[in-house]
Design a protein around this ligand. Structure first.
Ligand SMILES: Nc1ncnc2c1ncn2[C@@H]1O[C@H](COP(=O)(O)OP(=O)(O)OP(=O)(O)O)[C@@H](O)[C@H]1O
Length: 373
């Protein structure tokens, strides 16, 4: 066996944990402004007052969840009279399950499995917090999972208006949404008390992605495993999707490819091979957040020859299927473009002069199989 070959029981990973999706990085750079705004929002709670609500906006993989987790770590180090609870709304998508999670945080056990009514569950939480003079801060992460059935309105109402009937109960909410704006129209009774501080998380720039991934690679790989040139390839592919998760996953999978070849370092080919899987991470994540109409239009684009068509043709098909007007169609196109699922360009011809060509950014079959049903 050649000297530069990896032995079967050797590994290139110094610490594989750092590539896991739930890993919270120790260094959280390039988000100082956002962390500052979040601290500003929770500061009143440290004095026992109601915090300012916050709305974290930005595309997937821009550090919203990480910022909230970091903030909550800081709060817990600092005080016991502010109780932060992070809710992943994809897992806890109802008012009852969210309050069960809060109950568990406060009492250390899940509510009785025989089931108690929501009112009793809530009263117990609220009265305990009021008697301890503690303030509750709840982060509703990936809030779009609470849009169906207007669950979000019921939940925000409970958090933000309950002090009217239960004096002493103080709560604030941090909402995280993987979009650049909250298009959901809240019930006016909620809207009037929510009034959040908006905190934008723009996509990381190329040099920021480079710095973050380079640090992650240093933590996770043994020296010499990843060259600067190969890292550049990973960074370019990550910047294309704008989602840092793609980059982290790509580092891990490229390294596994290198190990499979029994090589001591990652090659450009390993990265390209790994990208065949990692690139779908962004696609799958984004697809989960689409509404029915958005899914319908995306599928229509994917069904066109080579996944592209003129916007006029797409509109006729969409109109027939969804019975929606042009404004709605145009709005959905803009959103699909913002999510980097499609791209648009103009041609010189068309019935009304310049015409717009819509093209899917992914292999149509990959999109169709992932949006079935
Ligand atoms: N500034 C940063 N420094 C180091 N790692 C980061 C940074 N920002 C994000 N990450 C990493 O990128 C990954 C995605 O980040 P995070 O989950 O916070 O994004 P998000 O904006 O909440 O995404 P989504 O909208 O999809 O929920 C995480 O694994 C996180 O560790």
């Amino acid at each position: 066996m050649k000297d530069d070959m990896l032995l079967w029981d050797e590994t290139l990973f110094k610490d594989p944990e750092v590539f896991e999706l739930d890993y919270v990085p120790e260094h959280f750079d390039h988000r100082d402004a956002q962390m500052k705004s979040l601290r500003f929002c929770v500061r009143p709670a440290l004095r026992g007052a109601r915090p300012v609500n916050a709305l974290c906006l930005g595309p997937p993989g821009t550090g919203k969840t990480t910022a909230i987790i970091k903030l909550f770590e800081e709060i817990e180090k600092h005080t016991r009279s502010v109780i932060p609870v992070h809710i992943n709304c994809q897992i806890d998508g109802t008012r009852y399950s969210i309050f069960s999670r809060i109950y568990k945080k406060i009492f250390g056990v899940t509510p009785p499995s025989s089931g108690i009514s929501f009112k009793r569950l809530f009263d117990k939480i609220a009265s305990t917090l009021a008697s301890r003079e503690a303030v509750l801060i709840v982060a509703l992460d990936d809030v779009s999972y609470l849009f169906p059935e207007k669950e979000i309105d019921h939940i925000l109402y409970t958090f933000l208006r309950s002090h009217e009937s239960l004096p002493g109960f103080r709560a604030g909410v941090i909402v995280a949404h993987s979009e650049t704006s909250l298009r959901y129209i809240l019930d006016h009774r909620v809207e009037s008390v929510f009034r959040p501080e908006e905190i934008q998380f723009p996509p990381y720039k190329r040099d920021e992605i480079f710095a973050i991934l380079s640090r992650r690679a240093q933590l996770g790989f043994y020296p010499g495993v990843l060259s600067r040139d190969v890292l550049d390839v990973v960074v370019d592919l990550t910047a294309e999707s704008g989602d840092l998760r793609v980059g982290i996953d790509l580092l891990k999978r490229s390294c596994l490819e290198a190990e499979r070849r029994a090589s001591r370092s990652i090659s450009e080919d390993d990265v390209k091979k790994a990208f065949e899987r990692s690139r779908f991470l962004h696609l799958e994540h984004v697809l989960r957040s689409l509404s029915r109409d958005e899914r319908t239009l995306l599928r229509i684009v994917a069904e066109q020859p080579e996944g592209k068509a003129q916007s006029g043709e797409l509109y006729s098909i969409y109109h027939e299927v969804a019975h929606s007007g042009y404004t709605k169609f145009y709005e959905i196109l803009k959103r699909l473009e913002a999510l980097r699922l499609i791209e648009t360009s103009f041609t010189g011809s068309g019935m009304r002069g310049r015409s717009r060509i819509i093209r899917l950014r992914y292999d149509p079959t990959e999109v169709l199989t992932r949006t079935e049903g």
